[in-house]
Design a protein around this ligand. Structure first.
Ligand code: C2E
Ligand code: MG
Ligand code: MG
Length: 267
């Protein structure tokens, strides 16, 4: 039985997907070693004419529940890879991070499909990083074979939202991740909370010990950025650096950020 509220949302979402009324925005991730733009995270947006902007935290789980997630994944990935080509043509060489629902990873041939998409567009597989979050019903350890196939193809794997929810150390030990993303829950109170500082420093040390890179999510203040840079976190992402941007905004943001980073470094 589908709840009435879900039904209206589902109907609107299905029509948006079919009529290409969704769009992607891209949030920059910068290197904390030199401030350079390293990667962008592709994030889906749905602005419904009747409902207004609907957040992905509402419609992604709904797409998962109602069999639309593979359609969303394929549309989002194709859109993002095409965008990568446009940036490359404009001289911006970056990596693209894409959120994959664990449900889309159930099929053993999914890595081949992604590789074919990259090949067809001439996007090097090494430029793609998949961000994975474990949900209650989709334990990632069951996906070992699929994840290993991605790694063999050179595609990166980031464990998203690390430290909250279902993410666990067992996954880090057993699965071939290349990057850990520290959840913004631990970043938001770095200034006030000694506990958060200890936890973040420990995650960074652990990740480096395991040969992984670390990204901090949700960086909103210079104080947080400074702590993370001093703690040797590799990459930072958050509203202080940039909100998710439309593709055309990227070049202007990049120039402005270079100035802001130089000032930050000099202070
Ligand atoms: P996520 O992968 O952890 O993405 C980061 C979320 O944090 C994004 O929310 C981003 O806009 C937000 N964010 C970034 N910087 C800051 C900050 O400094 N402060 C705060 N408070 N928030 C920040 P968004 O775009 O609403 O996405 C929410 C979640 O929805 C994502 O979490 C991801 O799990 C999922 N999602 C988004 N796009 C897709 C998609 O195309 N496919 C799938 N499967 N999931 C998606
Ligand atoms: Mg993510
Ligand atoms: Mg996250």
């Amino acid at each position: 039985m589908i709840a009435a509220s879900d039904l209206a949302l589902l109907d609107g979402f299905e029509r948006a997907l079919i009529n290409e009324r969704l769009h992607m925005v891209y949030q920059p991730k910068v290197s904390l070693a030199d401030g350079s733009l390293k990667r962008v995270e592709a994030l889906v947006r749905w602005d419904d004419p009747k409902l207004g902007p609907v957040p992905p935290s509402r419609f992604v789980p709904m797409a998962e529940r109602h069999g639309l997630i593979d359609l969303l994944t394929n549309w989002g990935l194709t859109t993002s890879l095409h965008q990568w080509l446009e940036w490359r043509a404009a001289g911006l060489d970056l990596e693209i991070a894409f959120n994959i629902s664990a449900l889309s990873l159930q099929y053993l041939d999914f890595p081949d499909l992604v590789e074919r998409m990259c090949r067809a567009l001439d996007v090097p597989a090494e430029r793609l990083v998949l961000e994975l979050t474990e949900g209650a019903t989709q334990p990632l350890v069951k996906l070992m074979d699929t994840l290993t196939r991605f790694r063999i193809k050179g595609i990166g794997l980031a464990l998203d939202d690390f430290g909250v929810g279902y993410s666990s150390l067992m996954q880090l030990k057993q699965l071939p991740f290349t990057d850990i993303k520290i959840d913004r829950f631990f970043v938001k109170d770095l200034a006030e909370s000694n506990d958060s500082r200890v936890i973040v420093a420990a995650i960074i040390a652990m990740a480096h010990g395991l040969g992984l890179t670390v990204t901090a999510e949700g960086v909103e203040t210079e104080g947080q950025l400074r702590f993370l840079a001093e703690a040797k976190c590799d990459v930072a992402q958050g509203y202080l650096i940039a909100t998710p941007l439309a593709p055309a905004e990227m070049a202007a943001w990049n120039a402005d950020w270079a100035r802001r980073w130089a000032k930050f470094r000099a202070a």
